[in-house]
Design a protein around this ligand. Structure first.
Ligand SMILES: Cc1cc2nc3c(=O)[nH]c(=O)nc-3n(C[C@H](O)[C@H](O)[C@H](O)COP(=O)(O)O)c2cc1C
Ligand SMILES: CCCCCCC(=O)C(=O)O
Length: 365
């Protein structure tokens, strides 16, 4: 049976972002579904990202006035209408025929910051030059050849991207058994169009380790971050920080922001949930740079909890892609709006009319 086409109206039974999951499943091939949902290994961390949020309880405060409240925030010199951003997700034409163009439209109409992946299926220029473009950051996978990375940095700067997000937790792809079982392969008509060509995977000689003598030969290190900082004219944010030691190192090196993330549980299984790692990272960073968080955000209350524990904003991954697959730009916009309204409800019922008022004291810790 061929997959259904995207919805053109949002049905009344989609009231929470998780309701998109079933609609997306009906519209995606088994391979695309496996790629979207997969986590590393046994997917313990994927589940933990979700469960950890439900274990944190809100406090709730009564009789406070929230009139005149808002969800605006300022980051790296720009004002954003709300703190729910779109995480970089590769190969979006797997999920919708217009790929990142469709996501960008949904983001634009909801004034949502979108982080475009290096591995997008629409060029970074086309996304930025669309008539209706959202605020954009560019996610950089450092390439083995520095001249290729530099070209991406220059292109992102030229096109008005406001920050560079360097993903540092995926020196190699995780062992994703769900993808392997589904025989996932990128269809031949799709490619990472920002890159000159798919760079060959480093190989190891017979008898050598595929990891230590192969993949790790071209993996980025701290010296590459120093190099990016010396070359880029944009704020540099590291995505994939879980250890306070790495957070401290990054701050001392001069990075401008951090994203606490375990890559949605897709790279290293049995890492803690991102929300569990946030407090220790926030403690060591001690306000030196803004911290964002992703992994497991499915409700406005999750956004609130992340902000209460030290994040300035959050990013969502799978939920907006499921909405994209289910209903294109309309779905993306509706999913973000749903999360934002849920956040506003929690803020109003917690006595926190603005984001800067949200603190750990608003949780039952
Ligand atoms: C299908 C898929 C592709 C992804 N591609 C990228 C990518 O290209 N670059 C990146 O830094 N993170 C990538 N991520 C990770 C997300 O940016 C984000 O960290 C994660 O999805 C957050 O968890 P959540 O899906 O529970 O919201 C991808 C995630 C998914 C689900
Ligand atoms: C070497 C890492 C490849 C990751 C590809 C895209 C991504 O981040 C993801 O699927 O997750």
């Amino acid at each position: 049976m061929s997959p259904k086409s995207p919805l053109t109206v949002i049905p009344p039974d989609i009231v929470a972002v998780s309701d998109y999951e079933a609609y997306a499943r009906e519209r995606l091939s088994d391979m695309a579904w496996a790629y979207l949902q997969a986590g590393a290994g046994d997917e313990h961390t994927v589940r933990r990202n979700l469960e950890a949020f439900s274990e944190i309880l809100l406090k709730g405060r009564v009789l406070g006035s929230a009139a005149g409240g808002h969800t605006r925030l300022s980051l790296f010199g720009h004002v954003y209408e709300h703190p729910i951003f779109l995480a970089p997700v590769a190969y979006q034409k797997l999920f919708h025929s217009d790929g990142e163009r469709a996501t960008a439209l949904g983001a634009a109409v909801t004034q949502t910051l979108m982080v475009l992946s290096t591995l997008s299926t629409v060029t970074l220029e086309e996304v930025a030059q669309a008539e209706t473009a959202p605020p954009l950051w560019f996610q950089l996978y450092l390439q083995a050849d520095r001249s290729v990375s530099l070209d991406l940095i220059h292109r992102a700067q030229r096109e008005g991207y406001r920050a560079l997000v360097i993903t540092v937790d995926a020196a190699m792809a995780g062992v994703r058994n769900r993808e392997q079982r589904a025989g996932f392969r990128l269809p031949p008509h799709l490619s990472a169009v920002n890159l000159p060509s798919q760079s060959p995977v480093p190989t190891a000689a017979p008898g050598q380790s595929r990891v230590f003598d192969g993949l790790m030969k071209t993996a980025p290190g701290w010296d590459d971050i120093e190099w990016v900082l010396s070359e880029a004219r944009l704020p540099v944010i590291l995505k994939g920080i879980m250890a306070p030691e790495d957070a401290d190192h990054a701050c001392r090196m001069g990075v401008h922001g951090l994203i606490v993330s375990n890559h949605g549980g897709r790279v290293l299984d049995t890492l803690p949930a991102a929300i569990e790692a946030l407090p220790t990272v926030a403690a060591v960073v001690a306000g030196r740079v803004p911290i964002l968080l992703d992994g497991g955000i499915r409700r406005g209350s999750d956004v609130f909890k992340a902000l209460a524990l030290g994040a300035s904003a959050v990013l969502v991954g799978r939920p907006y892609v499921q909405a994209l697959a289910a209903a294109g730009p309309l779905g993306v916009a509706h999913a973000i709006r749903t999360l934002r309204e849920e956040l506003e409800v929690v803020m109003a019922l917690s006595g926190t009319p603005t984001l800067d008022r949200i603190r750990a004291e608003h949780l039952s810790l």
